[in-house]
Design a protein around this ligand. Structure first.
Ligand code: PA5
Length: 436
């Protein structure tokens, strides 16, 4: 059976050699062991490690809740950050859904008005997701949509079409859900937002969109088994973490995740939150950026090839297509493309990926290549777990706590103060003094 995911460090070798990676196997192993044995920083947030197995117990309840939404034409998944990106990443990668809409992931009225007009005349359900239960964006969105739905169908019917995913005992959303009688699902205490795609946060909306959540877990389970080996030579999460850590130590301060499949755009968005929030603290960490290729080769390609050489590129390649296209022959051959007639478009895309890898490596942009065998629920589950494990190892190598996000609070506090929230009066006065 081919590997679900493989790692190729050939195009990194000019910067980081195999010997250098092997030389830090002991640290990499220690980092992995500190996660598996729960002895490192942030060890109270390691629920994600066993999640692929633990979440199985909830599958039937989640599927049952998803079934309730079969009657709805449209379901709005309300959430931001870790309560949004894993859902969208999975749904879009698997081909998208006309049924699922997103709200609570920004504060612009324009997007909101567009959503409301899309929902008019539809039978609508709401899934509101917030671990803390107090995040402003989803709270505002939920208030607007809940009152809109209640006005449309009445409070009693609306109540049956709303599910909340939140903390098991605290937060405004939990209190409201209990009071209003919404069905609820719990985000475990020991799983942070960016690691929560395999909790009901991700599983419920993904199931509502019609995708196979059991297969998603199976893929993650396979990864969990493969990636617990402390023989780092056989552990691709450990090797990826070690390689990017060494690249960082050699001055590569930005890692660009590059895909060659537009449906992976939101996988990159999910990845950016995972790595950005996990590693970007205490003045360290690779800045995670992303490009969609070949599209962005025509906009960012120049910078990638010849801009500041602080970049590391990680290409996420997918080896097979569900449905290919063969390039047709044209008797006029105006574009001179008949030399490609009969070739599969996926083959052309692959040559673009290979050509890009060499050009970038030769331009002093080292490339790590990850190859996923295909895009389905199983392989995505595998990929998520791989990136999570690599992120935990990598953050531990950097010496930071990969599982907290103290920096996210700063803007929230300022915003609360500026909005006039009770309890933030002193901060509001300080901001006024600063001329805000
Ligand atoms: O990783 C995080 O903690 C954040 O990005 C959260 O996911 C985001 O702020 C949403 O938080 P919550 O689910 O509590 O509404």
């Amino acid at each position: 059976m081919p590997d679900t995911l493989s790692l190729d460090l050939t195009y990194l070798a000019d910067l980081v050699t195999e010997q250098e990676i092997e030389a830090i196997y002991p640290q990499t192993k220690a980092a992995l062991e500190s996660l598996l044995n729960k002895t490192g920083k942030g060890s109270d947030f390691l629920g994600w490690i066993n999640l692929p197995f633990d979440a199985e117990k909830q599958l039937s309840a989640i599927k049952k809740a998803a079934k309730k939404f079969e009657k709805c034409d449209s379901v709005v998944s309300i959430g931001i950050g870790g309560s949004y990106l894993g859902i969208r990443s999975t749904v879009e990668a698997l081909g998208g859904s006309d049924k699922i809409h997103y709200a609570g992931n920004q504060l612009s009225p324009t997007g909101f008005n567009q959503l409301i007009s899309k929902l008019s005349g539809k039978k609508v359900g709401l899934v509101v997701i917030s671990k803390s239960g107090t995040t402003t964006e989803p709270a505002v969105a939920f208030r607007i949509l809940k009152l809109w739905l209640e006005k449309k169908v009445g409070k009693k019917k609306a109540m049956k079409r709303i599910v909340a995913v939140t903390d098991q005992s605290k937060g405004a959303l939990k209190d409201m859900a209990d009071h209003e009688g919404y069905e609820t699902f719990v985000i475990p205490d020991d799983v942070g937002g960016r690691y929560s795609v395999l909790t009901p946060v991700g599983l419920l909306p993904i199931a509502i969109a019609g995708f196979n959540i059991a297969k998603l877990l199976k893929g993650a389970q396979a990864a969990a088994k493969d990636l617990k080996t402390t023989d780092i030579s056989k552990n691709i999460a450990g090797r990826y973490a070690a390689a990017r850590y060494l690249a960082f130590k050699k001055g590569k301060t930005t890692e660009v995740l590059a895909n060659f499949r537009p449906e992976l755009h939101y996988v990159s968005e999910w990845w950016k939150q995972l790595y950005g929030e996990s590693e970007g603290k205490e003045g360290t960490g690779l800045f995670p950026a992303s490009v969609d290729l070949t599209t962005d080769l025509h906009s960012m390609g120049q910078y990638l090839q010849q801009g500041q050489r602080n970049l590391l590129e990680t290409i996420l390649w997918v080896k097979s297509e569900n449905k290919d296209i063969v390039i047709p022959r044209d008797k006029h051959d105006w574009e001179g493309l008949n030399f490609l007639a009969g070739k599969k478009l996926s083959w052309v895309n692959e040559q673009a990926m290979k050509g890009t890898s060499v050009a970038h490596r030769d331009g002093n942009l080292p490339v790590i290549r990850l190859s996923l065998d295909k895009i389905d629920e199983y392989s995505l589950g595998y990929l998520y777990y791989f990136f999570e494990m690599a992120c935990g190892i990598s953050g531990t190598l950097l010496g930071i706590n990969p599982f907290d996000q103290p920096g996210v609070e700063a803007y929230k506090k300022n915003m609360f103060a500026l909005l006039g929230k009770k309890g933030f009066e002193d901060l509001a006065a300080q901001l006024r003094q600063k001329g805000v």
